[in-house]
Ligand binder design. Sequence first.
Ligand code: GLP
Length: 241
Amino acid sequence: MIIFSAPDYNGMSRKAANLISAQVILKPDSVLGLATGSTPLGVYAQLIDWYNKGDVDFSKVRSVNLDEYCGLAPDHEQSYHYYMKENFFKHINIHLENTHVPNGLAEDVAEEGRRYDALIESLGGIDLQLLGIGNTGHIGFNEPSESYIKETHRVTLNQKTIDANSRFFASKDEVPRYAVTMGIGSIMKAKKVLLVANGAGKAEILYQSLFGPITPEVPASILQVHPDVTIVGDEEAMSVI
Ligand code: GLP
């Protein structure tokens, strides 16, 4: 595991964007696993800037997102479909048909999970998976539980996650209670994992994830056994490491 500490959020974003653009330059048809949340916004902004300067080309890139809220349509402003389009895809030359986000409207989520896992397999797996980390230690929306779930599946969101993500919604009641998330299997099968974290609020959970016991109660702790993980944090997130 390689751990980089950046002085601040911008530094974290630039470092992570550098690693992603290196991946795309070396393998133009890379399969990027993409993440949402506030943390990676700076990474996407930096990649857009480098794309505009002609430094990186996304025309052959394929992408698979980690997760989506159940019940939100792709054009809902808080859906992760919308987030990806607004914050990244519409600003670069990726082909939208090469971008994939789980379908939060699927009536049969188990079937949607099988479809999504088969899709990832058919793309040849994920070359580089970008991750944030939730306050609960979740990656994607894999919340603390008694066991790891390999496949893409439906999760009941943890109350802490609902509270944290309510900042994006008009009220807490509007936050969906369920989500569909890539399982730990696809994340762990990614050839490379790049986790970004910023702010003092992530310091303790980041420490537990990287140096505590490997347990599904702290989902990100599984990354300790992944062969190629890079962590990029700002100084505050790294303050106890
Ligand atoms: C969200 C996403 C995660 C993300 C996490 C942290 O709910 N499902 O993929 O990493 O929570 O979000 P933030 O970066 O806003 O702290």
